[in-house]
Design a protein around this ligand. Structure first.
Ligand code: PLP
Length: 388
């Protein structure tokens, strides 16, 4: 063991930055059992309440009976099952692209897409608040890594005009995971077109939730019907879709390039085909259960109203990610802890995940939350506000 690990861990602990896992003993839902106690939870990405849906559970056991449990090989060797293939076609159609490719996780999809598409002679332009997986992907690709201030398209435009890189790849979260705000997508697309850059849009938190029938951020009203061959769309299937996995959707030649050269696609075991089978059911529910998105929208409106009188303010977000800005890490941790004592789970997000001095409580809403759940959270926060 490296002897300095002890010292480093101790320092983290002293700074209140030691991350700890909690042990969940119930299905994922708005009510969970954790470490032997029941909680009202605001910390899942299961925005539509599908992770625990009986139709999905049923499809998983059907899938297991048909295909067995494991894929037992990579997609390129002998692990590409009919369930994967059918799902890829359905995802491409749903997301509005010619083709789609399944990855095991969103993390791997971003790593694979970026490293397969750009290298040493190229440049990546990345929003400062992008997800860690996109930053890691950029570093691994060895392309020049140029970050621009959050959603600052004038600076992005300027930086794109001064580059002499062979390929220019702009990468952005569609919904920023710690802020909840939505990227200026039409403007991003326009800037990319102007500079012949390709846009990789990470819609981990928009897929299933935003746009017509939950088709994602590119189907938001102000995106009109953006059709640019220069967009590469990525979304995960472990959040609103309630299962596991991710996909990249794009032009056929882009997808073929990923199949040929994305290491995180080629050199890994395919996800169990039973999950692809469940995802077909999830996709159907995402499309048809408009009521889930309507309840979610009502919950967002109600939460904003209920938290208005607090000394802390919600960031301006219209998505199910509703961060309550606190500031100091210790205070955020303290409030999260007091909520927990009252049987409510809301995670405190601290540096290095967010910038110094911007620690926050990240409230995630789901279609499973009831109006009384939101009232309970608001009342608990009001009580805590009087104490701290
Ligand atoms: C969660 C997330 C990912 C990673 O997706 P996984 O499927 O969980 O690996 C990528 N990008 C963003 C913005 C995310 O929030």
């Amino acid at each position: 063991m490296f002897p300095d690990l002890i010292e480093r861990l101790r320092k983290r602990e002293q700074q209140g930055l030691l991350r700890q896992r909690k042990i969940l003993e119930s299905p994922q839902s708005s009510q969970v059992t954790m470490d032997g106690r029941d909680y009202l939870a605001f910390c899942s990405n299961d925005y539509l309440g599908l992770a625990n849906h009986l139709d999905l559970i049923e499809s998983v056991s059907k899938g297991a009976r048909r295909y067995g449990v494991g894929a037992s090989a990579s997609h390129m060797i002998n692990g590409h099952f009919s369930a994967h293939h059918v799902l890829e076609e359905a995802l491409a159609e749903f997301a509005g692209f010619p083709q789609a490719l399944l990855f095991s996780t969103g993390y791997m999809a971003n790593i694979g897409a970026v490293t397969a598409l750009v290298g040493r002679e190229d440049a990546i332009f990345s929003d400062k608040l992008n997800h860690a997986s996109l930053n890691d992907a950029a570093l691994l690709s060895r392309a020049k890594f140029i970050r621009y201030p959050h959603a600052d398209l004038a600076l992005l435009d300027q930086r794109l005009s001064t580059t002499n890189a062979r390929r220019k790849l702009v990468i952005s979260d569609a919904v920023f995971s710690m802020e909840g705000d939505i990227a200026p997508i039409p403007e991003l697309v326009a800037v990319c077109e102007k500079h012949q850059a390709v846009l990789l849009l990470d819609d981990a938190h928009g897929f299933g939730v935003l746009g017509r029938q939950g088709r994602g951020s590119l189907f938001l009203p102000d995106c009109g019907s953006i059709h640019s061959p220069n967009i590469i769309y990525m979304a995960t299937l472990g959040k609103a879709a309630g299962v596991f996995g991710a996909f990249v959707a794009a032009q056929a030649e882009v997808i073929e390039t990923l199949i040929q050269s994305a290491h995180s696609y080629i050199y890994t075991t395919a996800t169990p085909p039973l999950l692809a089978q469940a995802l077909m059911v999830s996709l159907k529910l995402i499309q048809q259960d408009e009521w889930r998105r309507n309840v979610l929208t009502q919950n967002i409106v109600q939460l904003k109203e209920a938290l208005q009188s607090l000394p802390w303010k919600l960031l301006p977000s219209s998505t199910p990610i509703q961060p309550l800005m606190i500031g100091e890490s210790a205070e955020a941790v303290c409030i999260s802890q007091r909520l927990r004592e009252r049987g409510i789970l809301v995670p405190a997000i601290r540096p290095p995940t967010v910038a110094q001095g911007t620690a926050r409580l990240r409230i995630s809403l789901s279609a499973e939350h009831q109006p009384c759940d939101l009232m309970r959270l608001a009342e608990a926060l009001q009580e805590i506000a009087l104490q701290v």
